[in-house]
Write a protein that binds this ligand. Structure first.
Ligand SMILES: [Fe+2]
Length: 381
């Protein structure tokens, strides 16, 4: 079997680990980091504490806190300017997927004078990047361990830069940072992480024993803890398991890529500004139904991990899909496109944009064309 597997070389996980950030900066010889985050997370106060701690160790940070959801390219350009004017020597991504994706791009474009439009797609980066530390504050994207950065262009299209150069040097998982996440964000990001693992387990070309093991363990942790994490936001054990599960899912899909759920979700996010996890959730069960003809056995294999109630019950593919639909309803996630303001007249445009996500669609276990996309969106209305 031909197998290639890559991930971040150093993972530091544990409650309170983020307080050791100065040690990790020193490990990478970072003395003037730029911290990339968003305003909402900055206002929680964690970063101010960290700035103080870094300064006490003679590490002088500068914060860029203007990252927007579904980040536009302007976020990169602004932060790169700050990096240069400040003479920064490293990048710390601190937040959800948007902040970490911007951090990846800043680490690259801060020392490479290359036009971003030439970098979209697979393996288009050259040279090297600045030192990069990633610290997730949600349990969903797994961006801390992926080589993928997604941006929303002015045309409302989401585009990805995918290149091994975007793997961080160090990822720090500290569940304490996730204790204050609101219920809806916990639910959306948790479903996103589950989708990463489900799509990795059933991906068409790069499925392999390492990604399979990671995806199964991720689903065991996520499926077993998502309800508790939503209901009891300060339950540390559940938060730790969600953070670990989302990272394992990230490792899996970084090597066994995502497919049609993400391809059909991206236009919903880009055109209607729906959060990424919710966009995935809205099309998930219909894509599972579409794919189930080709990957029924795989869905049955992961069913007891995703839905603990199905353990020792020899579940059918219908049990699996019903279990996912029930989970989405129980978590009080909107479960039809109408609920986020999408109508039948919007569907052709969504389907047209979904077909542009070739990077993802090529990984889908069942070939999906424009008519299939229309039918899936219609069924999700
Ligand atoms: Fe995702």
């Amino acid at each position: 079997m031909f197998l290639n597997f890559q991930t971040v070389p150093i993972i530091e996980s544990g409650t309170g680990k983020v307080s050791l950030l100065s040690d990790f900066c020193s490990q990478l010889n970072i003395k003037r980091p730029i911290i990339i985050t968003d305003e909402a997370f900055y206002n929680l106060g964690f970063i101010e504490e960290i700035e103080k701690k870094l300064k006490s160790k003679n590490i002088i940070p500068r914060v860029y806190k203007k990252v927007l959801p579904d980040p536009p390219e302007d976020n990169i350009f602004e932060a790169v300017n700050i990096y240069k004017n400040f003479n920064a020597d490293g990048v710390i991504g601190f937040g959800g997927g948007s902040s970490m994706d911007v951090a990846k791009a800043v680490a690259y474009f801060s020392i490479n004078n290359i036009k971003i439009k030439n970098c979209y797609g697979l393996n288009n980066l050259k040279n090297s990047r600045s030192p990069l530390i990633q610290i997730p504050t949600t349990s969903g994207t797994g961006s801390e361990v992926t080589p993928i950065a997604i941006f929303t262009l002015k045309s409302e299209q989401k585009m990805g830069i995918v290149d091994p150069l975007l793997y961080a040097d160090i990822a720090i998982l500290d569940a304490e940072l996730t204790l204050g996440l609101p219920k809806n964000i916990t639910a959306y990001s948790g479903i996103d992480a589950m989708v990463h693992a489900i799509e990795a387990y059933t991906t068409k070309f790069k499925k392999n024993p390492i990604s399979d093991a990671l995806a199964k363990k991720a689903l065991f942790l996520l499926g077993g803890n998502i309800r508790v994490a939503v209901e009891e936001p300060r339950n540390k054990k559940a938060r730790e398991n969600m953070l670990l599960g989302s990272m394992l899912a990230g490792m899996a899909f970084a090597n066994a890529p995502c497919a049609a759920v993400h391809a059909l979700a991206y236009p919903i996010g880009a055109q209607f500004h729906v959060p990424h996890g919710l966009s995935n959730s809205l099309v998930l069960s219909q894509v599972l139904k579409f794919n189930s003809k080709d990957v029924k056995d795989m869905y049955c294999e992961i069913a007891p991990d995703c839905i603990p109630d199905l353990k020792n019950k020899n579940p059918t593919v219908d049990d699996f899909i019903y279990g996912i639909e029930k989970l989405i309803i129980d978590l009080k996630i909107p479960n039809c496109l109408n609920e986020v303001g999408i109508n039948i007249k919007d569907i052709p445009n969504l389907a047209k944009d979904a077909m542009k996500q070739e990077r993802l669609l090529m990984n889908n276990p069942r070939k999906l064309n424009y008519e299939d996309a229309l039918a899936i969106y219609k069924a999700a209305l």
